[in-house]
Design a protein around this ligand. Structure first.
Ligand code: NDP
Ligand code: 8X3
Length: 250
């Protein structure tokens, strides 16, 4: 039985991935900050697989290492790490953007991914085995107006993903980057700071990707035979053709 640690498992892509992994008998370590949601996931998925939850903020370096080092022995060998936790905070020009938002995105999307990876990579190196999936974004491949620091954070994820694959190649550890376009999750609620009406407009007029679509891809990627590594994958909803070109009539 493989064990997967998923960050950002309380919502959206991470939650859908936890559900699909549970269906497929993968043991789960589910991470996030919202305890009630973690408890609910443990209850609902616990009948399908073994589940352990960890509450920590990925941006809190000490908390990341304490949480991961506290894993009970049944859950401490991580075969699959899904670095998914992250969000956009705000959507503003560089001149109007909030420094707090910038720090949140860099601390969570970039440094958080690094802390979690640093806490888990040594055991993968020791075993010469492991799979790391980094969730980037189309925002890391193309910039768009007002995207500035979020795009920079995902561009950093793209660079870290590629470099991580090179550094870990000698240890037989597979590393894959998945870069979605528009996925209908709580992402825009967070970006627009709880303005749900504004958030809804992002996904109106076309069929956006769903968390389940990305979960399906993550599961496909991590279940290929050992000699196959899908190193980089961009996925759009059919209505989308670039970071900013969306056919809202579809
Ligand atoms: P959601 O807002 O639905 O989920 C974000 C998840 O990240 C939540 O589980 C949240 O958990 C967790 N998270 C956020 N901040 C922290 C933190 N500081 N510490 C720990 N966990 C944190 O968004 P998505 O599912 O859409 O986003 C998942 C990933 O996919 C992100 O990296 C995002 O950038 C990326 N992505 C999303 C796209 C989209 O259009 N939705 C497109 C491309 C990429 P909690 O609040 O409980 O901590
Ligand atoms: C999320 C997709 O287009 O809002 O990464 O940047 S986008």
């Amino acid at each position: 039985m493989k064990t997967a640690l998923i960050t950002g498992a309380t919502s959206g892509i991470g939650k859908a991935t936890a559900e699909l992994f549970a269906e497929n008998g993968i043991r789960l370590v589910l991470c996030g900050r919202r305890v009630a949601r973690l408890e609910e996931l443990k209850n609902t998925l616990g009948s399908k697989t073994e589940v352990h939850t960890l509450r920590f903020d990925v941006a809190d370096r000490k908390a990341v290492f304490e949480a991961i080092n506290s894993l009970p022995s049944d859950f401490s060998q991580i075969d699959i790490l899904v670095n998914n936790a992250g969000n956009a905070h705000g959507l503003a020009t560089i001149q109007d953007g909030s420094i707090d938002d910038w720090e949140a995105m860099l601390d969570i999307n970039v440094k958080g991914l690094l802390y979690v990876s640093k806490a888990i990579i040594p055991q993968m190196i020791e075993r010469n085995d492991g799979f790391i999936v980094n969730i980037g974004s189309i925002a890391g491949k193309e910039v768009y107006t007002n995207g500035n620091v979020y795009c920079a954070s995902k561009s950093a994820v793209d660079a870290i993903n590629k470099s991580m694959r090179m550094d870990l190649n000698a240890y037989k550890i597979r590393v894959a980057g998945i870069h979605p376009g528009l996925v209908e999750t709580e992402f825009s609620d967070v970006r627009f700071k709880g303005d749900t009406d504004r958030a809804k407009t992002v996904y109106q007029g076309y069929k956006a990707l769903q968390g389940e679509d990305i979960a399906d891809i993550i599961h496909f990627v991590v279940t290929r035979p050992y000699h196959v590594n899908i190193e980089d994958l961009i996925v759009y909803p059919t209505a989308q053709a670039s970071a900013t070109l969306i056919n809202k009539n579809l």
